[in-house]
Design a protein around this ligand. Sequence first.
Ligand code: FVH
Length: 287
Amino acid sequence: MTEYDVTVLGLGQMGSALAAALLRAGHRTAVWNRTPAKTAALTAEGAHAAATASEAQAGSPVVIACVLDYPALHEILDPAALAGRTLVNLTSGSPEQARETAQWAAGHGIDYLDGGIMITPPGIGNPESMLLYSGSRTAFAAAEQLLAAFGEAIHLGEDPGVASLYDTALLGMMWSTMTGWLHAAALVTADGATAAEFTPLALRWLGDVNGFIRAYVPQVDQRAYPGFDATIDVQLATIEHLVHASQVRGVDAALPELLRDYAARAVAQGHGGDGWARVIELLRKAA
Ligand code: FVH
């Protein structure tokens, strides 16, 4: 018998948003943070502030942790207090860290679920926000109703490393996309346009790019890259224009030079007639 429905460990920006969402959804919530002052806003909303991390972990059947990183996580986890409970770890880390922590948890009789939050704190509580989970199905079942307070809970399977892998991969895609937009904005603003003028076209273009990606999905899975739309030969010539336009405007050309390098290597290997998805073979080989 425990006093609370759920405990949140770590009340930084994200942990505070998670605890506030649980309180809004009517769950009896215990909280703990290394710096106790951060509990004040949540206790005003009805949370119980535990005096110690161990007390917090012993107080609920489901313990949600969201701290800076895995070293911080392992500093605060108390296996004796957690034994027999469900631990949902929403601290960002690598798939390997998630798998190691799942093993550690199994060794202490703790049911472990790992998670990746694909939204910033203001998006917590929006049912359209995406939160990825992987690991024990019984842990997911035990926590699912609580996790619904944060957004859409997507369970990706029993391997505890998968949520973190998808999280990392999606963030990589976000940084590439945003940096591509920033490079494009640097180019057009160098000639006097504003980002506000350019961006509606850029966003419309992203819709087309979405279509290109969908068309490449079977190519990537079948490892066959027919250049049915535009060949790498053609795209290499076009990337040269992007490199040139960047250099002339004093815009850093490292990004288009990287793209040119991929295209040139594919051509050198005899794949100039293939489509852009062929580049994945170069990415895979680098690993
Ligand atoms: N903020 C976001 O948009 C992203 C969205 C995706 C997921 N991340 C991950 O969430 C983890 C926490 O991020 P955060 O934004 O809440 O970070 P901070 O506001 O800096 O809070 C950090 C908390 O961690 C506590 N902490 C740090 N070191 C220790 C330690 N050695 N022992 C115990 N607790 C520690 C810190 O405590 P305090 O400084 O207040 O005492 C905060 O509670 C993170 O993995 C993101 O990648 C958020």
